[in-house]
Design a protein around this ligand. Structure first.
Ligand code: NIG
Ligand code: FE
Length: 389
């Protein structure tokens, strides 16, 4: 191996591959990882690492797969500090705040939008996130949704069409006409730029029937559904997501027993977004209940200017452990392998030969420190496709 790099003297390596190490995280102690180009080519004991031209000494620190963030709303302009401030003085969160960002996004130039996305992608990468899904949803005209998706496509392959984020003001008197637009001309323009379709199924946004119509239309055009489900109320979103075979039901904060059963029986991942509950001062989703029922759980910061303006996965890991009943190991799995499941990816979220060389070296001896040392920037080095960020 000549161009390869060996990362040696890793105290704890999270592989997420139980065939390579201990437990669900596939933990290896005193480990090494060899990367070549954009792939991982070798994983094993540090003392047995093959000779390579380049070597990085991890110095007894922990290495894990780069975080896989399966839910973000990075294509936006403007800022909603005033709304956050009002909420922290007691005003409740509602879906309607989205319209403030829609107005600012429509008024922004392509360059403004690109620069904004670049800034938050950089911010996420520095903190250890190597895979990022990005949604549209603040354009809400055919042209503005299509350009949002084009902007997102410059940064990721995981692009989601969210024309059904909220009914825009110009359709306030005729939401049915907006659903026709989202499933008709807007879908025509947007489908070529997206892999996924999402709907905000919630009071004040889209009801179950509208969500079904929209997701089904998207699926017919080759887009796989994912759903903003049961964030603010116990609505039909989760059941619909499972019924339609959605890759994930996101938020899952207000769940009935039937919702939990449906998730446990289907293969839809429950993606929990505790930054939203933090920033809207709401009750957190009960991750313990989902895990005990056998549901696959992912974590994501849900970075958006309204309900959760954070790109920090480690913050979500800490919240999930402290507030949602997850063990540190479960939260680390959910932030890496769980996100990969939610995006139906097998090349990320694990450290094994053949996987992408997406890695985060922590300034800590163990991944438990992500929860044990909340708010501390622990990502010491991040490799994205084999390149140091
Ligand atoms: O995931 N729930 C819908 N969408 C975002 C919030 C968007 C906003 O408030 O701007 C979310 O929380
Ligand atoms: Fe969201």
């Amino acid at each position: 191996m000549t161009t390869a790099t060996a990362i040696i003297d890793i105290s704890t390596l999270v592989t997420n591959d139980p065939s390579l190490g201990e437990g669900p995280l596939g933990l290896l102690q005193n480990a090494a990882v060899v990367i070549d180009g954009d792939r991982i080519v070798w994983v094993g004991e540090s003392s047995k690492a093959p000779a390579t031209d380049n070597q990085v000494d991890a110095g007894g620190r922990a290495l894990l797969p780069g975080f896989v963030d399966s839910h973000s709303h990075l294509v936006f302009a403007g800022d909603r500090t005033a709304e956050f401030n009002a909420r922290m003085s007691g005003r409740p969160y509602s879906a309607g705040g989205i319209r403030t960002t829609v107005a600012a996004t429509r008024a922004a130039s392509d360059q403004d939008l690109e620069e904004n996305v670049a800034r938050y992608v950089r911010e996420a990468r520095r903190q250890g996130t190597t895979t990022l899904e990005i949604k549209s949803g603040y354009g809400l005209t055919s042209q503005d949704e299509a350009r949002s998706l084009e902007v997102a496509s410059a940064f990721t392959d995981e692009v989601t069409y969210l024309g059904a984020h909220v009914v825009p003001p110009e359709f306030a008197d005729d939401p049915a006409a907006y659903v026709d637009l989202v499933t008709g001309p807007m879908l025509d323009l947007c489908a070529p730029h997206a892999r996924w379709i999402d709907v905000f199924c919630e009071q004040g946004a889209f009801d179950g029937d509208q969500a079904r119509t929209i997701l089904t239309a998207g699926a017919q055009r080759g887009l796989t559904p994912r759903v903003h489900a049961n964030q603010l109320t116990q609505g039909p979103g989760v059941q619909l997501a499972v019924e339609l075979g959605a890759a994930s039901a996101d938020h899952c904060t207000h769940l009935s027993d039937a919702d939990v059963d449906a998730l446990a029986q289907g293969d839809t991942v429950a993606t929990l977004l505790p930054g939203a509950e933090f920033s809207t001062r709401s009750r957190y989703p009960d991750a313990r209940r989902l895990l005990d029922a056998g549901v696959t759980v992912a974590l994501s910061p849900d970075c958006n200017p309204g309900s959760s303006f954070t790109s920090s996965m480690s913050f979500c890991v800490a919240l999930a452990v402290r507030e949602m009943g997850m063990t540190p190991d479960e939260a680390v799995w959910a932030a890496t392998a769980g996100g990969a499941r939610a995006l139906r990816r097998t090349d990320v979220g694990r450290v094994a030969p053949g996987a992408r060389a997406d890695l985060t070296l922590l300034d800590a001896p163990s991944p438990v420190h992500l929860a044990y040392r909340p708010g501390v920037p622990l990502a010491a080095a991040v490799w994205h496709g084999g390149t140091l960020v």
